[in-house]
Design a protein around this ligand. Structure first.
Ligand code: ATP
Ligand code: MG
Length: 214
């Protein structure tokens, strides 16, 4: 029908959730590679609010993690950053993230990007079976973790894809450890993020000792 000719094709939107404390090149390569392989129009990076599975360690302020994510993605015209999770009160659940982004982008199909380590634990997420109604999942390889979806039984195979991406053995944990010990994080994170960490004094040893002793 003429309707098919005039209605725009549905947009393909990647969603890269993370604590991003700090964002590093492993995150950026994952997003870039999935964008290429799945012909995505855009990838939205979504820094978490209070990460419920990380409540044992104190996480940097959401505003710092948000700004580092903006700095790291600014030069890529297809990358953007959303504040939905940091502006929602309470802990972040991916079902809420995808519901909110779906509402804001009704003419788009969502592709949630996740590393092999996170994929391993997905069935522990609140409402995890519903996740696959909200987005197609793309699990990406990560050094040190096995990429597999055999534990996600009953999930439509069209809704979960596994891909090998260039291996970067970088983690935020290791970046924080390095920054705390005055070891370089150059080339593990974008230059602007190196400078932001030092300007804001993030991850310094004297900041990691908390009242609760963690
Ligand atoms: P932390 O050490 O604090 O857990 P992280 O490096 O794992 O940090 P997160 O913010 O926890 O980073 O991860 C966000 C998403 O990016 C997750 O889906 C994670 O699996 C994925 N990811 C992180 N680092 C890599 C990497 N080097 N290669 C592939 N995927 C990655
Ligand atoms: Mg992690």
């Amino acid at each position: 029908t003429s309707n098919d000719l005039t209605s725009p094709r549905r947009r393909r939107l990647g969603v890269m959730g993370g604590t991003f404390d700090p964002i590093h090149h492993g995150h950026l390569v994952a997003a870039s590679e999935v964008a290429h392989r799945f012909e995505l129009d855009e990838v939205i990076f979504v820094p978490t609010g209070t990460p419920w599975q990380k409540s044992k360690r104190s996480v940097s302020p959401a505003e710092d993690r948000y700004l580092m994510t903006v700095i790291a993605t600014a030069s890529n015209p297809r990358f953007s950053v959303s504040r939905v999770d940091i502006e929602r009160d309470g802990p972040t659940y991916t079902t809420d993230t995808l519901t909110d982004l779906g509402r804001q982008n009704q003419n788009a199909d969502l592709f949630f990007i996740t590393g092999a380590d996170a994929l391993e634990k997905i069935f522990t997420w609140r409402g995890w079976e519903e996740l696959f109604d909200l987005a197609t999942f793309v699990g990406v390889s990560r050094p040190g973790f096995e990429l597999s979806a055999t534990h996600l039984t009953n999930i439509d195979s069209e809704r979960i894809h596994l891909i090998e991406i260039p291996a970067l053995a970088i983690s935020s944990t290791e970046c924080r450890r390095r920054a705390a010990g005055d070891a370089p994080v150059w080339y593990l994170v974008p230059d602007g993020v190196v400078q932001y960490i030092s300007k804001r004094n993030l991850y310094r040893a004297d900041q990691t000792t908390r009242a609760d002793g963690s």
